[in-house]
Each structure stands twice: as C-alpha cells, then as structure tokens.
Ligand binder design. Structure first.
Ligand SMILES: Nc1ncnc2c1ncn2[C@@H]1O[C@H](COP(=O)(O)OP(=O)(O)OP(=O)(O)O)[C@@H](O)[C@H]1O
Length: 279
C-alpha cells in the first residue's frame, strides 16, 4: 500500500470569528501537480501555510510523506518545501549561505554541486555573495525556488510561484516545476494564473470562502458543468465560484472524489489501496 505524499484531512483554520478554511480534505499523489485556485480571500494561502506548519494546525490532520504533522512535526517538515507568495530571506545571509543553511538543515548529501546547478539555473550565480537584504523581489523568489529544490522534497507547496519573475525566470520556473513533478514530488501549485494551472496541473482543487467546491481533472469539471472540451479553466472557475453574489452556476460537488480515510480511522497507517488518491 502506498500513501499519497500529501494528505489533508478535514483541515479548518479560524482567525477570530472568520473561518478562513472550512473542513478541507484532499490528497496529492507522487508525481502529481494539484492546481489550487479560488477567488481573493478564498483561503489558498491559509491552506498552504497550515500544511507547511507556518500556522499552527487548529483542526484536522496533515500527513506528509507518511508523517503526521502534529505528532511528528520535524519528520513531516523535513519532507516538505514551501515557496511562499512573498519570500523573505534572512537579511544577513548571502544567497550561497541560504543554500548551505537549507542543505545542512535538510541533511542534503553532496549539496554543493546541487547548489551551484540551481544558482545557474535560476540565474543567481553572479549574486551568490549578495545578502538577502540586497535582493530584488524576483531574486528573492528565485532564491526561494533554489532553497525548496535543494532539499529534494516529497511535497512542495508553491504559492503564486511566478510572481515577480522576468520572462526568462518564468520559463525556467515552469520547466523546473515540471521536472520536480517528474522526479516524483507531490506539488500543490496555487495561482491566479489559470493558464499556468491549466498547462501544468494534473488535477484542480477549487476553493471558495474556505470550502472545496471542486476537486478533479479539467475533463471532470467540463463534464459536470456541461462545458465543451475546448472550454478553458477560466470558464470552469467562473462556473464553480459563481458570480459575486454567491450564486454558483452549477454544483460540482457530486464529482469531488473522496480520497482519504475518515478522521479517527482505526487504521493509523492510512487508507486501503482502493481509498488512496493517485499514486
Ligand atoms: N493573519 C490573518 N489574520 C486574520 N485574518 C486572516 C489572516 N490571514 C488570512 N486571513 C483571512 O483569511 C481569509 C483567507 O485568506 P487567504 O490569504 O488564505 O486567501 P487567498 O485565497 O490566499 O487570497 P488571495 O488570492 O487574495 O491571496 C481572508 O478572509 C483573510 O482576510
């Protein structure tokens, strides 16, 4: 039996009286990109920050590469990389020192050649000695990519990963995301760039007001809202999230697959084969 590298089970997150994420469950399989989309304030960043352990988990369960985030925090976090929407490197560390720090933290073998390759790839090699405080917005983004990639994570969370990148950086980042997927990493890719999601994601998770409104493939979504096979994710997005009065054009609930075991399941090792998501 193989568990998906990322399992989120009934995750909820409240900020005072506002429920930002509401009973959200999904999983991401090995070598799969899950596209996370939703309107402003839908709860995408809160979801990613909860999985990454940046926000303490209030309700629900997160399992990363077989490790329960609450019970085995360090083991779970060692298998996870997170590229936040606004990366903030340490002001007093250089670019090269960031990669050394990350590599040592994650016990990466033979990290130096990997770091050099990543710096070349993301066009940071000539800024290796620059301090974090000296980096532009796009350079901080590229450094965040390098730091995530060097740990060879089982699960990678990407929050608006292309923001701030120049055209060459965008091309490199897209290729790097696909290669990471091909190496078997489970990726959650959150973005408002629906063209990016449509091009890279294997499945889509649409959330609105913290609630899942759809999980599945583009084909599933098109079928459920009677769109043609040429209709884009943008059409599906509007159908799923409705107009701003809250009205949904169509319900997509019926085709959202249940892929994880119920909370409190007796089988702590996870779901049976026939209950798991894509392997
Ligand atoms: N630290 C916080 N304190 C209070 N409320 C918060 C905090 N972080 C997020 N929220 C609220 O939680 C809800 C979800 O925010 P979140 O940033 O997760 O949305 P998002 O889908 O990432 O939005 P966007 O697309 O605009 O980035 C919003 O109502 C937001 O105001």
């Amino acid at each position: 039996m193989t568990l998906p590298p990322l399992i989120c089970q009934s995750v909820s997150r409240r900020f005072e009286d506002r429920l930002a994420v509401n009973d959200l469950s999904f999983s991401v399989g090995r070598g799969e990109i899950l596209g996370l989309v939703g309107p402003n304030g839908a709860g995408k960043t809160t979801t990613l920050r909860s999985i990454a352990g940046v926000l303490p988990l209030q309700e629900g369960r997160v399992i990363i590469d077989g490790h329960d985030l609450a019970a085995e925090e360090m083991a779970a976090k060692r298998r996870l990389a997170y590229v936040p929407d606004d990366p903030a490197p340490f002001d007093v560390l250089t670019v090269a020192e960031h990669l050394e720090f990350t590599a040592r933290l994650f016990s990466v073998d033979d990290w130096q050649p990997k770091a050099e390759r990543l710096l070349e790839r993301f066009e940071l090699a000539d800024r290796a000695d620059a301090l974090g405080s000296e980096l532009s917005r796009g350079m901080r983004q590229k450094l965040s990519f390098c730091s995530a990639w060097i740990s060879e994570p089982a699960v990678c969370l990407l929050d608006e990963p292309l923001s701030g990148l120049d055209p060459r950086g965008i091309r490199s980042a897209r290729a790097a995301i696909q290669e990471l997927r091909d190496q078997g990493t489970a990726i959650v890719l959150s973005s408002h760039l629906l063209e990016l999601i449509q091009a890279l994601a294997d499945r889509i998770l649409i959330i609105d007001s913290g609630v899942k409104v759809f999980e599945g493939t583009l084909q599933d979504a098109r079928a459920s809202v009677s769109l043609s096979e040429n209709d884009s994710l943008e059409e599906i997005f509007f159908a799923a999230t409705g107009d701003r009065s809250g009205r949904r054009v169509a319900s997509l609930d019926d085709i959202s697959p249940a892929v994880i075991p119920p909370l409190g399941s007796d089988d702590e090792t996870g779901p049976r084969d026939d209950e798991t998501g894509p392997a």
